[in-house]
Design a protein around this ligand. Sequence first.
Ligand code: FCB
Length: 446
Amino acid sequence: MSITLPDNSIMLKPNFTFGVATASFQIEGANTEDGRLPCIWDTFCATPGKVLNGDDGSVACDHYHLWKEDVQLIKSLGVDAYRLSIAWPRVMDEQGKPNEKGLNFYRNLMEELKANGLKVYATLYHWDLPQHLEDKGGWLNRETAYRFVEYADLVTKELGSWVDSWATFNEPFCAALLGYEVGVHAPGLAKPEYGRQAAHHILLAHGMAVPVIRKNCPNSDVGIVLNMNRTYAASDKAEDQFAALVRETLDNQFFIEPILNAQYPKLLEKVLPHYLPNVLPGDMDIISQPIDFMGMNFYTCNHNEYDEQNLYRDIKKEGVEYTDIGWEVAPHAFSELLINLNKQYNLPPMFITENGAACADELKAGEVDDDQRVRYLHGHINAVNDAIEAGVDIRGYFAWSLMDNFEWAEGYSKRFGLTYVDYETQQRTVKRSGYAYRDLLLSRAK
Ligand code: FCB
């Protein structure tokens, strides 16, 4: 099995960007080195019962020390670009002053990426909020949005010359909802009214930061990355159709609509008014700043039926394929979601900023034969191609992930990499999927 695209695919043309993605907390390690401050994920990991096997980010993939080799690994995959995130607690001290050692890590890394002909896609916030800000209320505190703008200002001034594309946030849904409403991610708070308020402050921080980044980096693109799911109704019954609509509204529209249309979804005013955040005058204009691109992270789909209390309830579908993390493999849902959004909104250029599969990989005789991931990537890359053919303006695709890493509450138990990481030795081994991805990319005409 290989990963292929139709010969005439736009994705094979030179201006379509292929890459691999990672995030700071998931790979860097060195979480007390060179003045890096504690972040909410350090605290969460240290809280018994929160992360599987008590895993933490102290070493991770040791990328903080192995970055130079890792750039060669990225290059060896034949990609055009690398998507990484900056660790806020590494580059700014509690007083808001730059941490030069932390900044130097990113300067060296980015310089090396550029020297190897790779484009740099940087995300400012992939969930590692400095703990001292959480101690003041974190994303429930509107002030954190102002602190984020100061951080964004510092980083985009210091690192801007290397960065082709800035994303303010990765997945506000996960940062806000999983962190403050469901509590399965840091900081682990769980109150129904918290999630949407945290989300509003994150979106506000995004909107306030956009003009600052534009001023500091006039030649870079600026956007945001959302995770999105396609939800199917469990049956044709009107109540199940409604359940699916509510679910997509909460997961997707709640985030995309304020950014593109300056409002929270009207449906919520009717069916879940207590879910609407406290919005101050002017906030929606700030949040809906024009952006150069929207990133979409896509992994799976949901099936929902009506539930009297919560309006929707997940059901497991029979006869479909799942990955090792229990997520259904649904490439058709990917193209449908993109095509639906393109009908519903005036979308900016889209980038698929994450897509990938967790598999129960094993290293045998120096090789990892991850057939399911190869099939997953083939299906989803072709789903992107289908969406492009149906008229969606998609400019790039990033596989999640460059290498196995710290998968949040699942610790190191779930492997998403195109490269296998032996956490004892830190040895990296490109999996069959990594080679299949490389072969697709090398097949492109230069
Ligand atoms: C996304 C995250 C990313 C990774 C993948 C599997 O929600 O952005 O860090 O954990 O899921």
